[in-house]
Design a protein around this ligand. Sequence first.
Ligand code: ZN
Length: 110
Amino acid sequence: MSRLDTPIRRNDNVVVTTGKDRGKRGRVLKVLPDENRVVVEGVNLISRHTRPNPSKNIKGGIVKREASLDASNVQIVCPECSTRTRIGHRILGDGRKVRVCRKCDGVVDK
Ligand SMILES: [Zn+2]
């Protein structure tokens, strides 16, 4: 599997297309290109039970954090047309390669 399989980048807004969090939207916190996985804010939350450790100022209890999910289970939400979309690529006049929305043709990269 190629590292470039997913067009998703950190800070993209995505929507989950399958699984228990289907329909949830969130910001991409992290991309793991080698595993083709992403971590999305507020999505795929798991509970971590932690022990108190006063010397490190850690309180015990249950901490919720995001687990990664497969990048193929999310789609980018286009900032221009606000719908989930497939991503294409375009080379601009200045040679920059940008991601574009296949629906409205808007540029996804800022
Ligand atoms: Zn669009």
